[in-house]
Design a protein around this ligand. Structure first.
Ligand SMILES: [Fe+2]
Length: 597
C-alpha cells in the first residue's frame, strides 16, 4: 500500500494530511539524524545481518572526531571527515574474553564512514557478540548468531517478519517488541525500511506527530546526501537501534527505499523534469542502502540476473530455505487506468478488455525472467521441507469489490502494483508450485507492502467453491505506515466515533475476504509484526498487533511506549499447502543456538 497520493483510496486522506502539514519546511534540518554524530564515534549503534552457516555481516557508522577545534562534525551525508581506522572484534561472550575473530578496516567519507565486515569461518547456529573500536572509543556490543544450517540436523527456526516502517508514521513499537524477544534467529524486513517523503505537503503519517517525529532531511530524499541522512535518522531511532543490536537482520528493499511505486525506469513519485534522471536517483538510493544496511551483496557472477543482483538464498538444513526476492529493479511499468491511476499503478478496474490484455501480457515482468527461473529452480530442489519466499507485494490473486472501497459503479478492482499486475509471472509461479510433487516440500510466501495482516492460500485456479491451493502466503502488518484503518478514518467526517471507523474498516476487509475465498484472515486495523515459526510439521504465523484504537487514545502508533500485543495465529501443516487455524502463540523453541563461554 502506498502513500497518500493519486489512488482511489487516497483522496480524502491526502486532503487531511495536506492541511495538517501546511508548514512546508525547505532544506536540510539535520538535527535528529545528525545528533548521534556528536555523541561519539559510534553514535549510530551497530547491526548485523545476512547470517549463513559460517558467516555474518557486522555493521556500524564510525563518525571521525573533529581534528581541530571548530571543525564541522562529519554528519551523515555531509561528505566531511578524515579516513578513520576501525578495529572490529567478534567473540563468544559479551565480555570479549573469548575473541574468535578480529580485524581492522579503514572507513572514509567515500562510504559515508559506514563500516561493513563480512566475518567468515564461523560455526553454524552459534551465538556471537561483536563490537568496534576507534581512537579509544568502543561501540555498543551487538548480539548475533549464525544460521541454524547444518546438513543433517533439523534445528528450530523462528524469526520476525516486518515491513513498512515509515518514521513519520509513528513510534517503532514493533521494533521495540522484537528487541525484547530472546527467541529469534533473525528479523526479516521485506521492504519500505525507509520512506522518501518530506515534512511538507507530501508528509505521510498522523498529523499528531508533526513537530515531534519529523523526517530528516525535511524534504523528499532524491540524492545520495538525502538518502544517507534518511537512513541515519532510522539508525538513530532507539527502538530500531536496539532491534539491530539484539538480532541479525535479513533485509531487501521495496519501492520506498527509492521512490513510491517504482518500476525499472521510473516511479510514481519521481518527476524527471524537476528531480533529474530516475536512473541517477536510484543508483544513489541503492548506494546509501548498501552503505547503511547490514546487507551482503551476493555474488554477481554465479547466477544470471539483470542489473545488480540483490536476490539471494538462505538455507536452514533439511528444514528449509529462504529465497529473498527483489522485485523493483527490473519490473515492467505498472498498468495504469485513468482516472484511477496516472503512473505507477494502484487500484484499477478489471473486466475492460484492453486492461485485462495488458495485465496478462507475457512480455511484462515483475522479477526479471532470470530471477524467476532461479526461484523456480530453488522451489523444485530436493531435501528441504519448506521453501520460504521473502517477497514484497502480495502474490495471491486478490479482487477488491469497488463498492466496498467506496468506488462508484459496480467495479471489481485489483492492485496493479502487486503480482496481480503481472499475471503471466503470477500464473507461471503458482502453476510451478502446484506442479511440485510432495517430495519437494511446500512453499510459504512472506510478504509486506499493504500495511495490513493477511493469511491466504495460493489458489492454482480461482473457482470459488473448490479451488486448488498450491501453497500459502502470510502478509505482515506495517510497523507504522498508514493502513486500511487510517485511510477509512481520514475519509470519514471529523468526530466520527472510533468504534464506527473500526467497524467500517472491518466491513471493508470483510468484503474483500468474502470476494476471495482463499483469504482466511485479513486485519486492516493493527500495526506490528508477524512471528514466523518453522518446524518440520508446520509453519505458524503469530500476528502481533497494536491495540484497536479507543476514543481515549485514537492512534496507538503515536504513543512511544505501546508495543504490539499477541492477536491471532495461523498455520500451514506440512503437505496441506493451505492455511488452517492455530490454537495459540508458539511456545518455547525446541533448541537454542550454541554458546561457547
Ligand atoms: Fe509500505
Amino acid at each position: 500500500m502506498r502513500s497518500t497520493r493519486r489512488s482511489v483510496l487516497k483522496g480524502a486522506a491526502l486532503a487531511a494530511v495536506a492541511v495538517a502539514g501546511a508548514t512546508t519546511l525547505r532544506g536540510f534540518d539535520a538535527a535528529a539524524a545528525a545528533a548521534p554524530a556528536s555523541r561519539g564515534i559510534f553514535g549510530y549503534g551497530v547491526a548485523s545481518g545476512d547470517p549463513t552457516a559460517d558467516s555474518l555481516v557486522i555493521w556500524t557508522r564510525a563518525t571521525p572526531p573533529p581534528r581541530h577545534q571548530g571543525d564541522p562534525v562529519a554528519t551523515p551525508g555531509s561528505g566531511l571527515g578524515a579516513p578513520l581506522p576501525v578495529v572490529w572484534e567478534l567473540a563468544h561472550d559479551p565480555g570479549f574474553r573469548s575473541v574468535v575473530r578480529r580485524g581492522a578496516v579503514l572507513t572514509s567519507a567515500r562510504s559515508d564512514h559506514t563500516v561493513k565486515v563480512d566475518v567468515t569461518g564461523l560455526r553454524p547456529y552459534t551465538r556471537y557478540y561483536y563490537r568496534f573500536r576507534a581512537e579509544g572509543q568502543t561501540s555498543p556490543v551487538g548480539r548475533t548468531q549464525t544460521a541454524p544450517d547444518e546438513a543433517h540436523r533439523v534445528h528450530a527456526l523462528r524469526f520476525g517478519l516486518v515491513s513498512c516502517s515509515n518514521f513519520t508514521g509513528g513510534y517503532f513499537g514493533a521494533y521495540r517488541a522484537l528487541a525484547d524477544r530472546d527467541d529469534l534467529d533473525f528479523v526479516l524486513h521485506v521492504g519500505d525500511y525507509i520512506y522518501e517523503y518530506g515534512n511538507g505537503a507530501d508528509r505521510y503519517g498522523p498529523a499528531a506527530l508533526i513537530g515531534t517525529r519529523d523526517g530528516v532531511p525535511a524534504t523528499e530524499t532524491i540524492d545520495l546526501q538525502g538518502y544517507r541522512l534518511r537512513h541515519a535518522l532510522h539508525k538513530a531511532d532507539p527502538d530500531l537501534a536496539r532491534a539491530h543490536r539484539q538480532h541479525p537482520w535479513i533485509t531487501i528493499f521495496d519501492d520506498h527505499e527509492v521512490a513510491n511505486n517504482a518500476w525499472a525506469t521510473g516511479a510514481e513519485n519521481h518527476t524527471p523534469d524537476v528531480e533529474g534522471a530516475f536512473a541517477t536517483r536510484r543508483r544513489q538510493a541503492y548506494e546509501a542502502y548498501l552503505e547503511w544496511m547490514p546487507f551482503r551483496l551476493p555474488d554477481q557472477r554465479t547466477v544470471a540476473h539483470d542489473g545488480t543482483r540483490f536476490f539471494k538464498l538462505f538455507t536452514f538444513g533439511p528444514l528449509g530455505d529462504l529465497s529473498v526476492l527483489e522485485t523493483r529493479q527490473n519490473r515492467s511499468q505498472q498498468v495504469d487506468v485513468a482516472p484511477f491511476t496516472r503512473s505507477g499503478g494502484g487500484f484499477i478496474p478489471v473486466g475492460i478488455p484492453a486492461v485485462d490484455a495488458a495485465l496478462a501480457d507475457p512480455s511484462r515482468h515483475l522479477p526479471e525472467p532470470a530471477q524467476l527461473d532461479w526461484l523456480k529452480r530453488t522451489l523444485a530442489s530436493d531435501g528441504r521441507r519448506w521453501h520460504l519466499i521473502g517477497n514484497q507485494v502480495i502474490m495471491t490473486p486478490v479482487r477488491f469489490p469497488g463498492a466496498a472501497l467506496g468506488v462508484p459503479g459496480n467495479l471489481t478492482l485489483l492492485n496493479s502494483d502487486q503480482w496481480d499486475g503481472y499475471q503471466a509471472d503470477q500464473a507461471n509461479l503458482i502453476a510451478h508450485l502446484a506442479a511440485q510433487p510432495a517430495s519437494k516440500g511446500d512453499a510459504v510466501v512472506l510478504t509486506g507492502d499493504i500495511h495490513s495482516s493477511w493469511a491466504m492460500d495460493l489458489p492454482a485456479d480461482r473457482s470459488a467453491a473448490d479451488y486448488r491451493p498450491s501453497g500459502v502466503e502470510f502478509v505482515c502488518p506495517s510497523v507504522t505506515s498508514d493502513g486500511f484503518y487510517e485511510l477509512v478514518r481520514a475519509s470519514l467526517p471529523a468526530g466520527t466515533p472510533t468504534a464506527t471507523a473500526v467497524a467500517t474498516t472491518q466491513g471493508i476487509t470483510g468484503a474483500v475476504a468474502a470476494t476471495n475465498p482463499w483469504i482466511k484472515y485479513l486485519d486492516g486495523v493493527g500495526h506490528g509484526y508477524t512471528l514466523i515459526d518453522v518446524t518440520p510439521d508446520r509453519v505458524q504465523a503469530d500476528f502481533y498487533l497494536t491495540p484497536t484504537p479507543t476514543e481515549a487514545e485514537p492512534d496507538p502508533r503515536i504513543d512511544p511506549v505501546v508495543r504490539p500485543g499477541y492477536a491471532r495465529s495461523w498455520q500451514t501443516v506440512a503437505g496441506s499447502r493451505r492455511i488452517s487455524a492455530a490454537t495459540g502463540p508458539v511456545g518455547a523453541r525446541s533448541d537454542q543456538p550454541a554458546t561457547h563461554h
